[in-house]
Design a protein around this ligand. Structure first.
Ligand code: ACO
Length: 324
């Protein structure tokens, strides 16, 4: 029987930092409003780079850290809702940039749950016994998709990428998972609908920029997602107390506070870096994981049990529990 394990983590964010005060210069907002409602103080915003540029830097770091060459990679999956283009995929661009010519590569779209969904797919590839190792990246350039005239959403998001190297292992590291979607509630967080443009179609009004019902998303996260986390823990061989850390999608600090209460977990076990990155959608969990490894809270030596949960557009939500 084949198993998969996360053997390396890495992240990359563009250099330019935009503070809440910088935003207050270009729209009617304030540091006080943004930090008290969301916890965000600053975010990284791309000046010139696209999603594939961030993802390429992550892939290069993963290879360097593992001491591998690109031809040893079997597949590359990039979770993103802000690809450079629909064709070629962001993952195919990364494959070309690093020269991983033996790898197959594709993008996966599940909004802020994208990294968790991609990790689950990658784990199945490896545990099937057909593949030895793959790269899974969450990468976004949300700054190109938000409506910069809408202060209620523009202040929330940031750009960046994070990812993991997944390799075959002798022992079980993926302990539980659950993935969910509810398309009937999709309209509360949506963007990117493309219009019908053929001469044989009737023109339809479309929304290409991000629209969000903030309250509905807040309630979804703190009710449905919190319940789903509880169910996933119950289906696992672990109790909540045996988890070392819960890495939750960084959408809003108040969501994290409320989740801690609902799950009966000490707040210190739910790390946050939304203050410095904003909401980076599919990139948020791997950036947080990589941050925690850099800061020394999380080690990749098989000694810790970590829960990771993504939630967002679709609606989608998903949890994996892994031994790291
Ligand atoms: N600066 C100043 N004032 C603002 C801003 C801003 N950036 N944005 C909105 N306001 C104003 C509104 O116009 C409104 O003013 P009014 O009362 O005069 O009409 C007032 O602030 C309150 O607005 P609400 O939208 O009701 O604010 P709320 O307290 O709900 O907070 C927020 C908004 C932070 C988005 C909240 O609903 C939330 O956290 N929702 C969770 C959704 C989320 O985190 N989404 C992230 C992306 S989704 C995802 O990743 C899953």
């Amino acid at each position: 029987m084949a198993f998969a394990k996360i053997s390396q983590v890495a992240h990359y964010v563009p250099e330019q930092v935009i503070t809440n005060n910088d935003l207050a210069l270009v729209m009617d907002t304030s540091d006080e409003w943004i930090s008290s409602r969301t916890g965000i103080k600053e975010r990284h915003i791309s000046k010139t780079e696209f999603t594939s540029d961030f993802a390429t830097e992550v892939a290069k770091s993963l290879l360097n850290r593992a001491g591998l060459t690109a031809d040893q990679i079997d597949f590359i999956i990039v979770a993103t809702v802000t690809p450079d283009s629909l064709m070629p995929s962001t993952a195919a661009r990364v494959q070309a940039n690093i020269g991983a010519f033996k790898a197959f590569a594709f993008d996966l779209t599940a909004a802020c749950s994208g990294f968790i969904f991609a990790l689950s797919v990658a784990e199945k590839f490896i545990s099937s016994g057909s593949y030895q190792r793959g790269i899974v990246i969450g990468a976004e350039t949300l700054s190109k998709s938000v409506d910069w005239t809408d202060r209620s959403t523009a202040v929330l998001f940031g750009d960046g990428a994070g990812g993991v190297l997944l390799e075959r292992s002798e022992s079980q590291h993926f302990l539980a998972e659950s993935l969910h979607s509810d398309g009937s509630r999709g309209d509360c967080l949506a963007f990117g609908k493309t219009p019908l443009t053929s001469p044989f179609s009737i023109e339809e009004k479309t929304e290409s920029i991000l629209k969000m019902d903030g309250r509905a998303v807040f309630d979804f996260a703190t009710r449905d997602v919190a319940k789903s986390i509880q169910n996933t823990i119950e289906s696992s061989p672990l109790s909540v107390d045996e988890l070392d850390y819960l890495l939750l999608h960084q959408a809003n600090i108040r969501i994290l506070d409320k989740m801690a209460k609902k799950l009966g977990v000490n707040r210190d076990k739910i790390p946050a870096n939304i203050m410095s990155y904003g909401n980076t959608s599919a990139a948020s969990i791997p950036i947080l994981l990589s941050d925690c490894v850099e800061k020394g809270f999380i080690h990749l030596d098989g000694s810790q049990k970590i829960l990771m949960t993504g939630f967002g557009g679709g609606l989608t939500w998903g949890t994996v529990i892994v031994k790291l």
